[in-house]
Ligand binder design. Structure first.
Ligand SMILES: Nc1ncnc2c1ncn2[C@@H]1O[C@H](COP(=O)(O)OP(=O)(O)OP(=O)(O)O)[C@@H](O)[C@H]1O
Ligand SMILES: [Mg+2]
Length: 618
């Protein structure tokens, strides 16, 4: 007996709709994409009850005539591609001719549309995929799609919807994505009769980000401005090192104007940030990739959320490079703030508040062995450090004592001072004091800077060790007893492949039979109690870091893990010259504003912010 039957048309279209329309936010996404493809300048969205009871999208795009409007509701009817060849290079957001019929098959649907020069428009009402009414309509030029009672005919689907709040938030996020992807279009969202946002058409992406997320965020972003590599151009904004979020909602990537989620892109961004990102945190990115449409396959995901790249390695490398270049530029801009003359404190009239006068012993940077003043209600000390010796990294070793031993010899001090007078001021700042035995307070051209002395020292040690590793290789230390350990076949292959890299890193490792390895030495700066366990951890970490493991990368991972133990801790009181040296060394670092784990080392509070807080400026 035959068991296979053709599904009735309505069931077939509901099955297909299941792929396209997961939830109200997918309806919003599809409708807005259609409006963008119709070259709308303004797109307004209205939702009720999380979009479950109503989604309405109104645009001022090209509209459709009656024949097209009817055709748009047919499955596989599209104006965007004509042949299989067109599918190889899709330049529009839509291309399948599936969205409208899918949405119409699972809702009570109404489409009203009018072309700009047409006398009358068309209104079509569809219920559960069946066209009920077609008549003339008199709306403004453009298209309006109204979707009511989503999934009313699919109770099983409806059960999977989340709370109205969650669905509303998903919709809001979806419109944010579209608004960031298309700043030149105005967007608004009305939720249950409340206007959530109204974004005017923006001239630039920066303006759109400001309108959506506020000037505070925009000020902490850096514009991506990297040299195009091959056919890939990358633009947009990314967060400064140290700016991160607990979720991925502000890690946005657009490929040819389409918001894309992809493990490849996420990994590339993470790699670009490298030590500038805290573990478990996500960067803030508004990254725009433009590449030849033929180099991207958009036809791989039912909701068009993913793409496949013809040359994924090239895309990955381009992203990593552009993020690195951008962070590098932002570092230079940051350092600039320490080069301008610091604001000279207003003179304090002697006879009015004598207690606030500069304490002479603190004002003299030559006094090397004096404890810094702790900030108290009456003792606000100001120490001046202007004109600084050339950048130097005479870090003797990874211990605190060695790294920050103050110069004891008075002649060397005199020489340093002399040099500081000759060398033009490279970095200028004034150290004000230390707060809570941890935060160094200082003043630079922009205002107040707070430095976390522990994080700062971690960064300095990290870069110093890395530099030494690059220059001299890693000093190794023989183990008292060689250790052998077994690994599963896949890890064994990985070690075999990377054995020379591991050796360069100071790990004395060699094969000791199938699946077994022997280690007899480890990098000197490590303090490892169980070498086998350590190796397994290193392998896991590095395998997840990517394919092109380099000795540098491997070493950095290990160094980052170890410097923390050696760095100055909070509560370690530092003397004035030690602090001064710490700050100078920090400013000389490649990535001065975050520790190797991505936590910020410095926080800048600008004068403008202070003025705002004190109500001097609104
Ligand atoms: N807002 C609109 N303004 C003008 N034309 C529209 C609008 N929405 C849809 N259309 C027309 O209807 C057609 C069908 O839309 P539909 O969304 O179903 O398919 P698509 O956009 O071509 O592909 P996809 O299924 O990938 O979205 C489109 O190709 C377009 O010509
Ligand atoms: Mg579409």
């Amino acid at each position: 007996m035959s068991r296979i039957r053709l599904l009735p048309e309505t069931v077939a279209s509901q099955v297909a709709a299941g792929e396209v329309v997961e939830r109200p936010a997918s309806v919003v996404k599809e409708l807005i994409e259609n409006s963008i493809d119709a070259r709308a300048r303004k797109i307004d969205t209205v939702i009720r009850r999380g979009g479950i009871s109503l989604v309405r999208v109104i645009d001022d795009g090209c509209g459709m005539d009656r024949d097209d409007a009817l055709l748009s509701l047919e499955r596989h009817a599209t104006s965007k591609i004509r042949s299989a060849a067109d599918l190889q290079a899709v330049a529009t957001l839509g291309f399948r001719g599936e969205a409208l019929p899918s949405i119409a098959s699972v809702s009570r649907f109404r489409l009203t549309t009018r072309e700009g020069d047409a006398v009358a428009g068309t209104e079509i009402v569809v219920n559960g995929g069946k066209i009920d009414i077609v008549r003339d309509g008199g709306e403004a030029p453009g298209t309006q799609v109204e979707v009511r009672s989503l999934f009313y005919n699919l109770p099983a689907r409806r059960k999977f919807l989340r709370s109205e709040n969650t669905e509303s938030r998903n919709i809001e996020h979806q419109i944010h994505l579209q608004a960031i992807g298309h700043p030149q279009i105005g967007f608004s969202l009305l939720r249950d009769d409340r206007m959530l946002f109204q974004l005017p058409a923006a001239l630039t992406l920066g303006n759109r980000i400001r309108d959506l997320y506020g000037i505070e965020l925009l000020e902490r972003l850096v514009e991506v401005n990297s040299t195009p590599s091959g056919n890939i151009r990358i633009g947009g904004f990314i967060g400064q090192a140290g700016l991160s979020r607990q979720t991925r909602t502000q890690q946005l990537v657009f490929v040819n104007g389409r918001a894309i989620e992809s493990a490849l892109l996420t990994a590339a961004i993470r790699e670009g940030y490298h030590t500038a990102l805290m573990k478990g945190q996500y960067p803030v990115t508004f990254l725009f990739l433009e590449l030849d449409p033929a180099a991207v396959d958009v036809n791989v995901h039912p909701a068009k959320r993913e793409v496949r790249f013809r040359d994924p390695t090239a895309v990955r490398d381009a992203i990593v490079r552009s993020i690195q270049q951008t962070l590098e530029r932002s570092r230079m801009a940051w350092q600039e703030k320490f080069r301008g003359p610091p604001i000279t404190p207003a003179p304090v009239p002697e006879n009015v508040i004598p207690d606030l006068k500069l304490r002479p012993e603190i004002a003299a940077p030559r006094e090397t062995h004096r404890e810094l003043p702790h900030l108290g209600p009456t003792a606000a000390g100001v120490a001046t450090v202007a004109g600084v010796v050339e950048p130097s990294r005479p870090l003797a070793g990874p211990t605190v004592e060695q790294a920050h031993r103050p110069p004891t010899d008075s002649t060397s001090e005199a020489v340093a001072l002399q040099r500081s007078q000759q060398v033009s001021a490279q970095q200028q700042f004034q150290i004000i004091g230390v707060l809570s035995k941890l935060y160094v307070l200082m003043e630079n051209a922009d205002g107040l800077v707070l430095v976390d002395q522990h994080a700062a020292h971690e960064r300095i040690l990290f870069e110093e060790l890395r530099r030494r590793m690059e220059e001299q290789g890693v000093p190794t230390q023989k183990l008292l007893l060689p250790h052998t350990f077994d690994v599963p076949p896949r890890d064994a292959d990985w070690i075999e492949l990377n054995i020379s890299v591991l050796q360069k890193m100071g790990i004395g490792i060699e094969s000791f039979g199938p699946g077994t390895f022997k280690i007899d030495s480890l990098p000197g700066f490590l303090n490892v109690s169980d070498p086998a366990q350590f190796m397994r951890k290193v392998i896991d970490d590095l395998k997840s870091a990517g394919n092109n493991t380099s000795p540098m990368r491997l070493g950095e991972e290990m160094i980052a893990k170890t410097v923390c133990r050696h760095a100055v801790k909070a509560n370690d009181p530092l003397r004035y010259p030690e602090i001064e040296k710490l700050i100078r060394d920090l400013l000389d670092c490649d990535l001065p504003y975050c520790c190797p784990h991505g936590r910020p080392t410095m926080i800048q509070v600008s004068l403008a912010e202070l003025e705002k807080k004190f109500g001097r400026k609104v």
